[in-house]
Design a protein around this ligand. Structure first.
Ligand SMILES: [Zn+2]
Length: 256
């Protein structure tokens, strides 16, 4: 059966016979693995569509157990990502993250839209491609239904107290009382990596990331101290809830 879908290349691997395996994030079919004899070298429309950071339309032959990309044409190329190290690094992490959280064959049009818009903004970003990356990750938590709970203490439900502690394992904020109880339960389970006392207003920051469109992050940089703390929390959080170690392994996203 011939199908067609918009998509973006997540990864590609050379296989025998001059063929490639392409991991493609498609709008209509989610993440799929497709073989192809098309080559990214050269200047043909199909060649360009196999390059990284390119949003394309793919014509795919679908058999019972496999996909083959027959032809492709570029819709939009975010080529300027490759012209800047910071953009390139942030966009590569974005693609790696998406690849790690998507299940094969499960469509997620919302995440697809977000990916295209985030790459578009990264390609135009002036000084904050990493802020766009955090914005994507935090927005994705909401789409995937694992957004941290911040409206009240996640353990006792109190709203009228200060909530100074963010617990990864509990999935949100804790009041001081519950935090000390929780801390005891957590001892021996890497408590220092899973319980944080953010020095910034994490409720405000998460809320801002959720409500603000990607476009507004093009010129926005987080304060370095907020960024490094947020990165630590987010990397442990996505590792714990989504099994994605993309940010954990990077240790630092290049913060000086
Ligand atoms: Zn509590």
């Amino acid at each position: 059966m011939l199908i067609s879908s918009e998509g973006i290349v997540l990864r590609q691997t050379r296989i025998t016979g001059g063929r490639r395996l392409i991991n493609l994030f498609t709008r209509d079919y989610g993440k799929i693995t497709a073989g192809t004899s098309l080559n990214e070298k050269g200047k043909s429309r199909a060649a360009l569509a196999l390059r990284p950071f390119t949003y394309s339309e793919y014509d795919i032959f679908k058999s019972k157990n496999s996909f083959n990309i027959n032809s492709a044409s570029v819709r939009e190329s975010f080529y300027s990502i490759g012209e800047d190290m910071d953009r390139y690094f942030a966009a590569s992490k974005l693609i790696e993250y998406i690849d790690s959280i998507l299940e094969e064959g499960v469509p997620s049009p919302k995440l697809f839209e977000m990916t295209i818009e985030c790459l578009r903004c990264m390609s135009e970003s002036v000084n904050g491609p990493r802020t766009l990356l955090y914005a994507f990750v935090i927005k994705s938590l909401r789409v995937l239904g694992v957004m941290p709970h911040t409206a009240s203490c996640i353990n006792c439900g109190r709203e009228d107290v200060v909530l100074p502690v963010f617990s990864v394992t509990a999935g949100g904020l804790l009041c001081s009382e519950c935090a000390s109880l929780h801390g005891i339960q957590e001892s021996g389970r890497e408590p220092s990596r899973l319980i944080y006392e953010p020095s910034f207003d994490i409720v405000q920051v998460l809320d801002y990331f959720i409500k603000t469109p990607f476009r507004q992050f093009i010129r926005l940089n987080l304060k370095p101290e907020v960024e490094s703390e947020l990165e630590m929390i987010v990397s442990e959080y996505v590792s714990y809830y989504l099994g994605s170690d993309v940010f954990r392994n990077s240790v630092s996203l290049g913060i000086e």
